[in-house]
Design a protein. Sequence first.
Length: 89
Amino acid sequence: MVLGKVIGTVWATKKDEKLVGLKLLIVRHVELDYSEKSTFVVAADSVGAGVGEIVLITTGSSARQSELTQNKPVDAVVSAIVDKLDVES
């Protein structure tokens, strides 16, 4: 899993029919201190996340294991909204 910050939404009126009904979010990867990296991913939202929230992204074949994304053509899914990180230095 990867930490990220939701920075936007993808709107696509024409898409694979298996993606119909999925909310697609643009998520920028972040460091443990929440500083943003330059990389991002488009992920299907399975938890109702919104812009500005810190989330966990599941990628690869595991992204198709959620109830919402099972057998759908996705490579990334928002699988959790992060409330807090406890990191020891």
